[in-house]
Every structure is written in structure tokens, then in C-alpha cells.
Design a binder for this molecule. Structure first.
Ligand code: BMP
Length: 453
């Protein structure tokens, strides 16, 4: 049988609680935000929710059931269907014409109504609702609430003589999420502070400098990348998604002075030839002091990745300083990437990507613990021991019509604390790619500097 904890985790997956910094209606800043409306969009969960709540109640005491509009309306309806308790509907505003009634449905004076609420905070909205029901001659003795934010509402209503039943409270929910590794101690501390009435301090973590990372990261490829960044005052990686060796070399020559790395998809080069394509590219990289990053996105078992990395016509291990790899094959699938820095694909920039929070969290754990991994490709902030590489950067447009989603350099430095921006079409499709590379280099560096303050 499913436990209450398992049921909560199912609900949580619908995105009903978010942690971070939220400004509430009252203007107060809260470390969490609750919105239970998504529960009504999953009929299976809504039905289970109704039964969990019904099990907690002395049902014989009630003649009617009523939800506080709007979020609790579907919950009360589901409870009515499961228990055969007749439903009445409380309006938010009285009808402008006709009966001007506040309560709709069939009821008689003197009946006892169970009130259903989604979230209880201070209790004031319930205290406003109850008299409107009582004015119709209906009694209210019990209130059932899905989630108690533990901000005094339950106690206030109990002090007025109501019985308040709660399915979950925030402390219990935090304990479950902590156990599941979905909340860390710092967040729990902030929530506890908030619940005990203290103003919560949200220190906006400052972006760590390249100097700091250079000192603290150990992998030689990470260090090299940071050294180049500081030397060139650039955090730009140009993505050379061109189709011929000639275009590749020209692009590398033009952008070379402004970039820290050139990212390639060698498998799209139509005339690829190891000696013709790779050897001159290595020289260009040395001349302009940038690293070579093969965006191979490995996604297989260790043995296959080992073969793909060193054999076949691309012989990636011979020349790539950096490679990208999914971590979907698990920790040990990454063991064979020697002599390069692995950048793990943690979150993708494309619309509808399956890299949801749960995937990203698990993938990030692997990235943090694997010595071959120096950072991640992601669209969210990463732990400080990982370098963050952000593609989906373009200053001209917000998408490409094929699912790519773009942000500006300013956005990704300010909000994601990215370390390196990856720009493809913004540069190689520009009229003057060299000039465009310089513009992205300047924009990226200015955004980095601004993010430090
Ligand atoms: P563009 O700036 O032209 O959209 O190119 C982005 C580059 O980054 C492409 O080479 C793409 O394969 C890569 N990329 C991405 O866009 N999003 C991701 O999540 C991961 C990527 O590697």
C-alpha cells in the first residue's frame, strides 16, 4: 500500500511547491511557494487526495461539503463524489442579479458543512469565508486543509472553536524532501527561520571569479581554460557548426583571437579527413591560444564510449582538450575519458527537453563526484566546483524555430552565474563573424564583470 509520504512525493512531482525567493501577496519574502492547483489536473491524484482527506474525518458529523474558491473547489467536488456528501458552492462575489445568493446548491438551515481549503497560512481568508456560510443558517465546525504553511492560521481558527484537520504541514514536507535529497540544509534553515517569524536573509550569492576558480579547481584542462579566459578577457566559446573543412578553418582563424575554445561537431564536416581537417586546426588553436572542444555528447556504456573516444575516423582522444558527454550511462561510463576535460550534459537549452529537475540533480551528483568531469552544460546554476557552460546564447533572437531557446549573455551571467557562453549561429551566421565574435566576447566579459558586483 502506498504510504502518505509516497503520495506526497507524487504530488510534489506536479510542481506544487517551489523553493527559492518569492514575494508573497503581503510583500513578505518567503523561501517557498505553494500552489496546489496542479493537483486537480491529475484525476488519479485528485481522487486519492480526496480519499486521504475523507479518511481523516468523522464523516457522520457532516451534511454538506464546500470548498473555498477556487483552488479547493475541485478537491471538495472529488470528496463529494467519493463520500456522497452533497456539495454546495460558495461564490467569490454575490450574484449581481436575481437571488444575489452567496451559496449555490441544495441545503437546509441547521445543516453542518465541512469546509475544504487547499492551503492555510494566516487563516484570515477562512475567517472571512465562514461567516458567509453561517449567514445562510449553515453550521461550520470542521475544516480540512491539504497543506498547513504553519504560519498561525490553524491555531487562530482553533482558538475560535473550529476543528482544523491538516493532511500535510510544511515541516513534515521539508523532512520528506530532505530525506529524498531534494532540499539541502541551507534551504531548510531558511524555511525554519521564516516559520519562526524571522526575516529571512537571501544573500544573492556573488558570482565567483575566474581567479578563485583557477585557484580551487584541480583538473589541468579546467585550469588551462580559466588561464586563457583571464589572459584574453574572454568567456566565449564559438560553436563551429559549419559543414566543410575550409569553413571550419576560416571560422577558427577569424574567431580565434577572441575565444577561449572552439566547439565542434566533427561528424557534420562533410569532407572530413583527419590529416586535412584536424592537423591544421590544431595549429590554428595553438596560434590563437584556444582549446578544442568536441561536442560529441557521448551517451553509451563505458566500453562503447571508450571506443568512440579513441577510434573511428575522428580519433577524438588525439586532439580534443574538452569533450561533452551525457552521464546517462552512469558514473563508470565516464572512466575512460583520459587526457581531456569532460563537460557533462546536465540540462539542455531546447524546448521540451527531458532534463527535468530530478534528472539534473542526479546528473549533477555524478558530475560533482567524477574526477574526469570539469563542468556541465546547463541552463541552471551549478555547484561551485563545476564550471558552467551555457549554450542557447544569442543577442539578436529568442529562438530558431527548431526548438532552440536563446538568452542574452547578460541574462545567463546574472541569473545562472554561468562561466562560459557558447555561441554558434550568432557568430557564424553573422555578416561579419569576426566582428560578431568580438561583440560576444565583449558582451560576455562585461556581463561577467557585472555579475561580480
Ligand atoms: P546556436 O548558438 O547556433 O544555437 O548553437 C548552439 C550550439 O550548442 C549547437 O552546437 C548545439 O549543438 C549546442 N548545444 C545547445 O544548443 N544546447 C544544449 O543544451 C547543448 C548543446 O551542446
Amino acid at each position: 500500500m502506498e504510504t502518505k509520504k509516497e503520495f506526497f512525493l507524487e504530488c510534489y512531482e506536479l510542481g506544487i511547491i517551489k523553493f527559492g525567493k518569492f514575494t508573497l501577496k503581503s510583500g513578505i519574502e518567503s523561501p517557498f511557494y505553494v500552489d496546489l492547483r496542479p493537483l486537480a489536473s491529475d484525476p488519479r491524484i485528485l481522487k486519492k487526495l480526496a480519499n486521504y482527506m475523507l479518511e481523516m474525518l468523522p464523516l457522520d458529523n457532516f451534511d454538506l461539503i464546500c470548498g473555498v474558491p477556487y483552488a479547493a473547489l475541485p478537491m471538495a467536488t472529488a470528496m463529494s463524489l467519493e463520500s456522497y456528501l452533497p456539495l454546495i458552492i460558495k461564490r467569490k462575489e454575490a450574484k449581481q442579479h436575481g437571488t444575489k445568493k452567496m451559496i449555490e446548491g441544495l441545503y437546509r438551515k441547521g445543516q453542518n458543512c465541512l469546509l475544504v481549503e487547499d492551503v492555510i497560512t494566516s487563516g484570515t481568508s477562512l475567517l472571512e469565508t465562514i461567516p458567509e456560510i453561517e449567514n445562510e443558517g449553515i453550521a461550520v465546525s470542521d475544516i480540512i486543509v491539504v497543506l498547513d504553511r504553519q504560519q498561525g492560521g490553524k491555531e487562530l481558527l482553533e482558538s475560535k472553536g473550529f476543528r482544523v484537520h491538516t493532511l500535510f504541514n510544511i515541516t513534515e514536507v521539508c523532512a520528506i524532501l530532505k530525506e529524498e535529497g531534494k532540499l539541502d540544509d541551507e534551504e531548510i534553515g531558511r524555511i525554519n527561520d521564516f516559520l519562526s517569524g524571522n526575516m529571512v536573509k537571501f544573500e544573492d550569492p556573488k558570482h565567483l571569479t575566474y581567479e578563485y576558480k583557477l585557484e580551487n579547481l584541480e583538473h589541468s584542462k579546467a585550469k588551462k581554460l580559466l588561464e586563457i579566459a583571464l589572459e584574453k578577457k574572454s568567456n566565449l566559446i564559438a560553436s563551429a557548426d559549419v559543414l566543410t573543412t575550409k569553413e571550419l578553418h576560416e571560422f577558427a582563424e577569424k574567431t580565434g583571437p577572441h575565444i577561449v575554445a572552439l566547439k565542434t561537431h566533427m561528424d557534420v564536416i562533410t569532407d572530413f579527413d583527419y590529416d586535412q581537417t584536424i592537423l591544421p586546426l590544431i595549429d590554428i588553436a595553438a596560434k590563437h591560444n584556444f582549446m578544442l572542444m568536441e561536442d560529441r555528447k557521448f551517451a553509451d556504456i563505458g566500453n562503447t564510449q571508450d571506443l568512440q573516444y579513441s577510434y573511428g575516423m575522428y580519433k577524438i582522444s588525439n586532439w580534443a582538450d574538452l569533450i561533452t558527454s551525457h552521464v546517462i550511462g552512469g558514473y563508470s561510463s565516464l572512466d575512460y575519458f583520459h587526457n581531456c576535460g569532460v563537460i557533462a550534459i546536465l540540462g539542455m537549452s531546447s524546448e521540451g527537453t527531458l532534463t527535468d529537475k530530478n534528472y539534473r540533480d542526479e546528473a549533477t551528483k555524478i558530475a560533482q563526484s567524477h574526477p574526469n568531469i570539469i563542468g556541465g552544460v546547463a541552463q541552471n546554476e551549478l555547484p561551485e566546483e563545476l564550471l558552467l557552460f551555457t549554450p542557447g546564447v544569442n543577442m539578436e533572437t529568442s529562438g530558431d524555430g527548431k526548438g532552440q531557446q536563446y538568452n542574452t549573455p547578460d541574462h545567463v551571467f546574472r541569473n545562472l552565474h554561468t562561466d562560459f557562453i557558447i555561441v554558434g549561429r550568432g557568430i557564424y551566421k553573422a555578416e561579419n563573424p569576426e566582428q560578431a565574435a568580438l561583440s560576444y566576447k565583449i558582451a560576455g566579459w562585461e556581463a561577467y564583470e557585472a555579475s561580480l558586483n
